[in-house]
Design a protein around this ligand. Structure first.
Ligand code: FAD
Length: 469
């Protein structure tokens, strides 16, 4: 196997986007995909407008136009108690889209395989990273029963959240299993708000739903770890957050679809996204609970950030990877923290989270600006952690106002403590993010002269690349 500029492990949304991005820079790309069957997966189907924009910018406009997708104009959030639905719009004239996962991903792979400079092996698995330093990588992969070795200037790990390649590179991660997702298809006519992603919050279980093709909607129910479809069949009251029509459709689907699709919902955050000449993108770098539907938009954003960094620092891969890491990190931290905070708010059963839901309802009902700001965070248009912390505090303020006007003294006292304590993690994250950005800015300012000396042969480049955050 001859040498190439870049090997990409994984041909999912992230791998295809990176292949397109680097082929556009004139790089020779070897795209290796293990060939997971996407028709059986429960995974990304709703794409926010930012993701659509990035796909078009990466030259996939023809693919996007050829999809039989359903328009998405924002989220419809249905609160269980009190029962009330609020619309969070993307904004005037802006739409996302949704379609079945395989129909979304397979054409991306087909399209990128036709680009000049891209070679795709659709049933190849990276099995070992033999060497990796700032000068390049050497790795092994299996293809049609034979082992091959290839050298490249860059290795991109786009092999999903379990990322075997991340482990081969010795990169640690923070991992938390949250819950199990069960997905069935139902008649889309029973969705209360066509053209919207639905969030059913505050009931015994949280659920999501959106149309994926004409007449067909996906419903995803968030189950506690260890549950199965049998759990839902045995306890139909767990679906109380769904409106009656949709609830009976789901119950019918559970009877008729004997093996509904399942997936685990995880928080995963790699401790670093690059090492030597290898870099992580998409879910391999970070993933979170799918309730914000931000995973694929984040993959496409990663691809564009990597393209921009490699374009800017052509010929100096470690510096480009450092830039990529720096550019993407604030948005990733906000995305993961937001998903975690929203999941607690939407699904939490304690007094504090009940009060917070009341705050969300009150905030979105009384502040169209607040509804827009929340949707901007949800859809990854707004990446700043401090904006997330500010919005959280506003919701807490609205929760306190709503509590004062509706509840008895004892109940207020019981809820106020946990409600105020819940603001701790977002505020801590905001401060940590600000400190980190300042540290990273100082680090780059102080280190710049070292790069210059290293280029002139006066200092060891190894030392200059000691930090990769
Ligand atoms: C239940 C659920 C619902 C979701 N809903 C949404 C949604 O509505 N909107 C959204 O934006 N996101 C959603 N997501 C997230 C979205 O699916 C992911 O963010 C996205 O698929 C990540 O793409 P990826 O390319 O990083 O990884 P993957 O899609 O996991 O692709 C990884 C690829 O790597 C390959 N691979 C693995 N190991 C190797 C190896 N050793 N060598 C070579 N190839 C290898 C696999 O074959 C696979 O093709 C959801 C996720 C879940 C679990």
């Amino acid at each position: 196997m001859g040498d190439v500029d870049v090997v990409i492990a994984g041909g999912g949304p992230a791998g295809c986007a990176v292949a397109a991005a680097l082929a556009e820079l004139g790089w020779s790309v070897l795209l290796l995909d293990a060939g997971v069957d996407r028709h059986k997966q429960l995974a990304g189907e709703l794409l926010h407008p930012a993701g659509v924009r990035d796909l078009r910018a990466l030259g996939f406009g023809g693919v996007v136009d050829a999809w039989t997708s359903q328009p998405v104009r924002g989220f419809a959030v249905r609160f269980h108690a009190p029962t009330h639905t609020l619309i969070l719009p993307y904004g005037h004239g802006v739409t996302g889209l949704s379609l079945e996962h395989a129909n979304l991903t397979v054409p991306l792979q087909e399209s990128v395989s036709r680009r000049p400079g891209v070679t795709l092996h659709g049933r190849a698995r990276v099995t070992a990273v033999e060497h990796n330093d700032e000068h390049g990588v050497r790795l092994r992969f299996s293809l049609e029963g034979a082992e091959h070795t290839v050298k490249a200037r860059l290795l991109v790990a786009a092999d999903g959240r379990a990322s075997p390649v991340r482990r081969m590179l010795g990169i640690a991660e923070h991992h938390l299993r949250i819950s199990t997702m069960l997905g069935v298809t139902v008649d889309s006519a029973c969705l209360p708000h066509p053209d919207h992603g639905h969030q059913f919050v505050g009931g015994p279980l949280h659920a999501l739903a959106y149309a994926i093709q004409p007449g067909v909607a996906r419903v995803m129910v968030d189950l506690p770890l260890g549950s199965t479809a049998g759990t839902l069949k045995a306890r139909p009251e767990l679906l109380l957050a769904l409106p009656p029509g949709l609830r009976s459709e789901v119950q019918q689907a559970l009877e008729q679809q004997p093996a509904p699709r399942m997936a685990s919902n995880d928080d995963r955050l790699a401790e670093t996204v690059w090492a030597g000449s290898a870099v992580l993108v998409g879910d391999a770098a970070a993933c979170c609970h799918p309730l914000t539907a931000s995973g694929m938009a984040s993959c496409f954003h990663d691809a564009r950030a990597l393209q921009e960094a490699l374009h800017r620092h052509a010929g100096h891969i470690p510096r480009a990877l450092e830039r990529y890491a720096h550019e993407r990190r604030p948005a990733q931290r906000t995305r993961v923290a937001l998903a975690s905070a929203l999941y607690s708010a939407f699904a939490g059963q304690d007094e504090g989270m009940r009060a917070l839901r009341l705050g969300l309802l009150h905030y979105w009902e009384h502040s169209p600006r607040g509804a827009r700001a929340s949707m901007a965070l949800l859809s990854s248009e707004e990446p700043r952690m401090r904006v997330m912390a500010r919005e959280y505090l506003r919701v807490v303020g609205h929760a306190l106002t709503a509590m004062l006007s509706t509840r008895g003294q004892g109940s207020r006292l019981r809820s106020a403590g946990p409600l105020l304590r819940s603001a701790g993690p977002p505020l801590r994250d905001a401060v940590a993010s600000a400190v980190e950005q300042l540290g990273s800015w100082l680090h780059r300012r102080v280190r710049r002269p070292v790069y210059t000396l290293a280029r002139a042969g006066w200092a060891s480049p190894r030392r200059a690349f000691a930090s990769n955050r």
